[in-house]
Design a protein. Structure first.
Ligand code: ADP
Ligand code: MG
Length: 712
């Protein structure tokens, strides 16, 4: 890297093999390979896992039995001996001036060779006093070698790779030293750097790897976190803009009075959140590029009303609307709800004497008779149907609209890229219908911004008044479970209904069915004998399923034993109790979604979670559900418990650019990165004025990566 050349870009660093660095022999190279460090860029973005502030370490002399602690000490002696049963015991004694600590290892004789007298080591583990000796059994050990300085980086490593944190630190220092002549390019625009008072990239890379003070470290971290998030947001927003500019949409008429008439006739006032979201959607609909918006709202937050408002906005300007549900049962349910909500409204009709005809909402599903179906299709093609409800079949070939203006999709995860493409052919001439995707599975806003960054997000974060939250209890043990069935019988005696949910066992559809069937038989002949108990699972035919649902809806079944087929959207207001077997097998979001099926009417809803989770996280999940009924709060807890890896994993399975940034800890930076990206791209949609930045984004988020980000 001769001086005189321009400063190093990330792409340059990505082109230099780590093997070129001094001190990389075969053993080190293999270790680096195991850590997936191939280039200098990989090395420099292999950030320390934690830092050791030498002045603030636990002192051996002050530790109490049971403490979880990190101790810095010097190896004083080591000792190995054979135990019975071919086991070996290795003991290493370290000291720090305040006391001595014995590290105990079983079957790790190599530790005696690894930890030799005089060496500085950092150990982390549980401190115990055992027969008068202070000890830690199988601690995590980091070798510090000759690292000096007050703050020492501790790198992610594994004993298997044979690479110590000390070796890694050396290599990083070497890489930074060799880069010094050229320096690092800093493609982030100066205005942005100024606004957030960021240190430059060179300072940041030094500060994250070799900080001299904690303050330097913090400054470095915030800069590098921002860079990661900023790149992702630039890519997402740029793609979104490009799609918007390439396709022309419909500029809907948001002033006409159909929506106002609809709202005026409602028996209740809109919630503040509904008003706000309606305005957000109306603004999108009035623009002449296609809307692509995600509506998040907890179960019962009133999404249907928002969907109806959007559909009427399309209709009042002379367009048609389609509402797409994940299943036929749900489509039918939506149809009943919308017809009810919109009854009495009329639309202009040049063909009629009064110039008006009733607004028409039709269902288009596989259960229609052939003649009915032909009629609906013909009327859609002539715009004698204003709103059509169905499943994916709505956008398939063979369904012709006169002027499809808006598609509302209930439950985003079943709507993929192909469907989105199919929409393009349904619009009027060259314009693409607007799309509103609704989901009752909230994800935290910042995660949504990253995971669904190509969608705009609206949130219904306020429940309609007068709903009492579902009471959730966790029934552990036979006594508590007995009480659960008492409650179910009491509710049924009061004329209410109940759901009993059994988990799906993924590996085997057969076991799954037999487990729900066993439960059904057990309850039917046992705790719930005398009640009318129905059974529903994924293997019954659609007709049978519909018949069972109809019986449950009409009240001729008291208790429905089911798998999660009832998860989405089933709406039986008379159902007040839900019992969930093996609740620890479900995720937080799913449990929350499930319990949302009860307490939809005027009676108090109750949910009982059965299950004995074997892990701490499992217990924490169930406790969270007992404590909170707020879907967004639960989504935060979920993110906390699972880590964002899983959330990102839902959409993005490729290389992940977020190495340092955390969607949990760095929430405000997600927002700031988003707004900075929006601002820059508003002026310069293709980043033509910032070629270095464009190159960096393209390089770091190669096409594959970006594709992942864009998929829904
Ligand atoms: P979601 O689809 O978000 O789960 P729904 O749209 O089914 O919720 O609404 C749940 C219930 O709340 C429905 O019975 C609906 O009529 C009612 N509702 C919706 N908005 C309001 C409001 N602003 N005030 C009172 N009740 C409302
Ligand atoms: Mg529009």
């Amino acid at each position: 890297m001769p001086a005189g050349d321009p400063p190093l870009t990330l792409k340059d660093l990505g082109g230099i093999k780590v093997a070129e660095l001094a001190g990389v022999g075969e053993r080190t190279a293999n270790g680096l390979l195991a850590l997936e460090i191939f280039t200098v860029l990989d090395l420099l973005s292999h950030y320390p896992r934690r830092y050791l502030d030498r002045t603030r370490q636990a002192q051996i002399g002050e530790l109490l039995s049971g403490d979880e602690a990190t101790v810095l000490g010097t190896v004083r002696s080591s000792y190995s001996r054979k135990l019975r049963g071919r086991r070996t015991l290795t003991q290493i004694v370290i000291g720090d001036g305040t006391g001595k600590l014995t590290l105990v290892f079983f079957n790790q004789q190599w530790r005696a060779r690894q930890l030799t007298e005089g060496m500085d080591v950092l150990v982390h583990g549980k401190f115990e006093r055992y027969r008068g000796t202070s000890q830690m059994t199988s601690p995590v050990v980091d070798l510090l070698g000759t690292q000096t300085g007050r703050i020492i980086p501790v790198y992610p490593q594994s004993d298997k790779t044979g690479l110590t944190t000390y070796k890694l630190a050396q290599l990083v220092e070497e890489a930074l030293k060799r880069s010094r002549a050229r320096g690092f390019a800093d493609p982030v625009p100066p205005e942005v750097l100024d606004r957030f008072k960021f240190v430059d990239r060179e300072t940041a890379l030094h500060g994250i790897h070799c900080p001299e003070t904690m303050e330097q470290l913090q400054q470095a971290r915030r800069r590098l976190v921002f860079d990661e998030l900023f790149r992702v947001q630039l890519e997402l927003v740029r793609r979104k803009r490009a799609v918007e500019m390439q396709t022309s949409g419909i500029s809907h008429d948001t002033s006409a009075g159909l929506v106002d008439r609809f709202h005026a006739r409602l028996p209740f006032a809109l919630t503040g959140a509904q008003q706000r979201v309606n305005e957000e959607i109306a603004r999108d609909l009035s623009l002449n590029y296609p809307m692509h918006r995600l509506l998040q709202g907890d179960v019962g937050s009133g999404k249907t009303l928002v969907a109806a408002t959007a559909l009427l906005t399309a209709v009042q300007g002379g367009y048609q609307g389609a509402l797409m549900a994940p299943t036929e049962v749900l489509a039918e349910q939506h149809c009943v709800a919308l017809r009810d909500m919109l009854s009495g409204l009329s639309v202009p009709d040049p063909a009629s004497l009064m110039g008006q005809r009733p607004l028409r909402v039709e269902l288009l599903t596989g259960t229609l008779r052939a003649a009915e179906r032909r009629k609906v299709l013909a009327d859609l093609a002539d715009r004698r149907v204003d709103i059509v409800i169905g499943t994916h079949a709505l956008i398939q070939a063979g369904v012709q609209y006169q002027s499809l203006g808006l598609v509302v999709i209930d439950e985003q995860h079943r709507f993929g890229v192909e469907q989105r493409a199919a929409l393009r052919d349904k619009g009027e001439s060259a314009s693409v219908p607007d799309v509103l995707v609704m989901t009752a599975t909230p994800i935290p806003r910042t995660a949504a911004m990253t995971v669904y960054g190509d969608l705009d997000v609206s949130v219904l974060d306020e429940m309609p008044p007068g709903r009492s939250p579902i009471i959730t209890s966790w029934a552990e043990g036979p006594m508590a479970q007995g009480a659960v069935w008492d409650t179910v019988r009491a509710e049924v005696a009061d004329g209410r209904q109940a759901y009993v949910v059994c988990p799906v066992i993924e590996e085997s559809a057969v076991i799954d069915v037999s487990s729900v069937e066993d439960t059904f038989v057990e309850l039917h002949d046992g705790e719930l004998s005398g009640l009318r108990v129905g059974l529903l699972h994924g293997r019954v035919s659609p007709a049978e399923k519909e018949a069972t649902m109809a019986q449950f809806r009409s009240g001729s079944i008291d208790v429905l034993v089911a798998t999660t087929v009832i998860e989405v959207g089933v709406d039986v207001p008379n159902a007040t109790v839900m019992v969930i077997f093996d609740a620890d097998r479900f995720g937080i979001a799913q449990l929350h979604q499930l319990r949302g099926r009860v307490g939809r009417g005027q009676h108090q809803g109750r949910c009982f979670l059965l299950g004995e989770p074997s892990t701490k996280v499992g217990r924490a999940r169930l406790e969270a559900l007992v404590e909170s009924t707020d879907g967004f709060e639960l989504a935060e807890v979920d993110l906390e418990l699972r880590g964002e890896g899983t959330i990102m994993g839902e959409r993005q399975k490729g290389r992940n650019d977020l190495r340092l940034a955390s969607l949990r800890r760095d929430k405000e930076w997600v927002e700031l990165a988003r707004s900075s990206a929006v601002e820059i791209l508003a002026e310069d949609p293709e980043l033509t004025d910032c070629p270095e930045l464009k190159e960096e984004v393209d390089f770091m988020l190669g096409d594959d990566e970006a594709e992942f980000l864009m998929k829904s």
